[in-house]
Design a protein around this ligand. Structure first.
Ligand SMILES: [Zn+2]
Length: 284
């Protein structure tokens, strides 16, 4: 089964959901680095969460979920694009061994950035106050969108999975009290799910196991894959942004400009001839 994400809604309640399971793209993100087990686990949670949020927002562009902290993991981030590409990284986390979320990300801040293909970037930041990433994101949504949200994530270094439940704006046919009860009911059932079930059950079985008494409408799944957004063109733009003088000075000093992508470990190298091309006039 390829990595995929699937939307569902409860026909009789203003509540929607998303399910995600990652294996190949998760393993691809891990394969470029030597992460300890807790870091690998948390990175799986970040990848799933970024893809779940990107799917929820429905936009054209990239969603970046990033945490900075004074704990054992100074920086961890994942990105998901509207095309279903995911990538992620943890930085300087070689010493991270704790099983405890708050030790790994002590005094942390979580930022959610939406970088649309067209238009302005949007960024929201919240303190990382919660016992896991899902809980922190639930706080984020209750503060910023005033929408009750439940996010359950599970990762084991081989597979990563997640479920998101979220209230939709109230429709005319349902009262607020109805919805509060439905929300209670739907999330209560979701809380009975074990991490193992979330990781291993196919979506059909999983939804049946939780919600066989509800009217659940399921949408077509979308595929997800690990794909880095770095490219020759983007990297040339970065060289261009240095300015010609600075770029020439770097080449004079080191013989080349080497730009390393820390997500996919691709090396981009530029020499004098490349500079001439990038800046469009010959070098002297
Ligand atoms: Zn890359």
């Amino acid at each position: 089964m390829p990595d995929h994400i699937q939307r569902f809604i409860f026909d009789d309640a203003d509540i929607r959901g998303e399910l995600i399971q990652l294996e190949q793209s998760y393993l691809a993100a891990l394969s470029k680095h030597q992460y300890s087990a807790p870091v690998a686990q948390l990175l799986g949670d970040f990848l799933c969460a970024a893809a779940l949020l990107a799917q929820t927002i429905k936009f054209d562009g990239t969603l970046i979920l990033q945490a900075r902290s004074e704990g054992e993991i100074p920086l961890i981030m994942a990105e998901a694009t509207s095309q279903g590409h995911v990538r992620g990284i943890a930085r300087d986390a070689d010493e991270a061994v704790s099983e405890d979320f708050q030790t790994l990300l002590k005094n942390g801040q979580l930022s959610i950035t939406i970088d649309p293909a067209q238009g302005k970037r949007y960024q929201g930041i919240v303190p990382l106050d919660g016992n896991d990433l899902g809980e922190c994101l639930e706080h984020y949504f209750s503060q910023s969108e005033q929408l009750s949200t439940r996010i359950i994530l599970a990762s084991d270094g081989q597979q990563a999975a997640g479920m998101l439940l979220q209230e939709l704006p109230l429709s005319a046919e349902h009262g607020a009290q109805d919805r509060a009860q439905q929300w209670e009911h739907v999330t209560h059932l979701a809380n009975t799910l074990s991490p193992q079930e979330l990781l291993t059950l196919d979506f059909h079985t999983l939804l049946h196991r939780l919600y066989h008494q509800e009217q659940v409408r399921v949408f077509d799944p979308s595929a997800l894959k690990f794909q880095c957004s770095c490219s020759q063109q983007r990297t040339e733009k970065a060289v261009q942004a240095l300015g010609r003088k600075e770029a020439e000075a770097l080449i004079a000093e080191a013989g080349e400009i080497a730009i390393h992508c820390e997500f996919c470990h691709h090396d981009y190298r530029f020499g004098s001839a490349d500079l001439a091309r990038i800046f469009e006039t010959p070098l002297h």
